[in-house]
Design a protein around this ligand. Structure first.
Ligand code: ASC
Length: 152
């Protein structure tokens, strides 16, 4: 009996992920959310240190900044596929402007890439160096959100 339950439980897992795999729009939206979550986790590490909520640690700060820098080398705009805007999908906050002005959207993401490029080094040397890096990164986040993310 236990074997049957185990087999049923195991079978249910791939089925659930198969539904997701078959829907490119759901998959792209989920991937975007994961991407932004990874950005936010690392931004949180840095802003916590900048505010003094978390003790400064050079290795941790530089690793968080390096994670952000690495994420900006992913081709994020490629995840904004047709049919995945906030006008098309309930769980999307991606404004349709992304699709009507893809070059500007790509330029905004490039702004984050540029802001992140020297961040892993910029946050070294002391807690006082984290704030300016967070401001630079946060400014690039905001520039894109202002135009292209639905207000929640
Ligand atoms: C963050 C985070 C964002 C940006 C944004 C900057 O840490 O999660 O979405 O910074 O708040 O304006």
């Amino acid at each position: 009996m236990r074997l049957i339950f185990t087999a049923a439980a195991l079978a249910a897992v791939p089925l659930a992920s198969l539904a997701q795999d078959n829907d490119p729009v759901a998959q792209a939206i989920e991937a975007r959310h994961g991407f932004y979550q990874m950005l936010a986790i690392n931004m949180g590490t840095l802003s916590g240190m900048a505010k003094g909520d978390v003790a400064y640690d050079e290795t941790t700060a530089s690793r968080a900044a390096a994670n952000i820098e690495a994420l900006t080398r992913y081709d994020l705009p490629s995840l904004f596929i047709e049919g995945s805007s906030s006008a098309d999908a309930q769980d999307s906050a991606a404004r349709p402007g992304i699709w009507s002005d893809p070059d500007d959207f790509a330029a905004k993401f490039d702004g984050l890439r540029q802001a992140a490029a020297d961040a892993p080094d910029a946050v070294k040397g002391g807690a006082e160096n984290v704030g300016p890096a967070v401001q630079k990164l946060g400014g690039a986040c905001k520039a894109c959100h202002d135009d292209y993310r639905e207000k929640s």
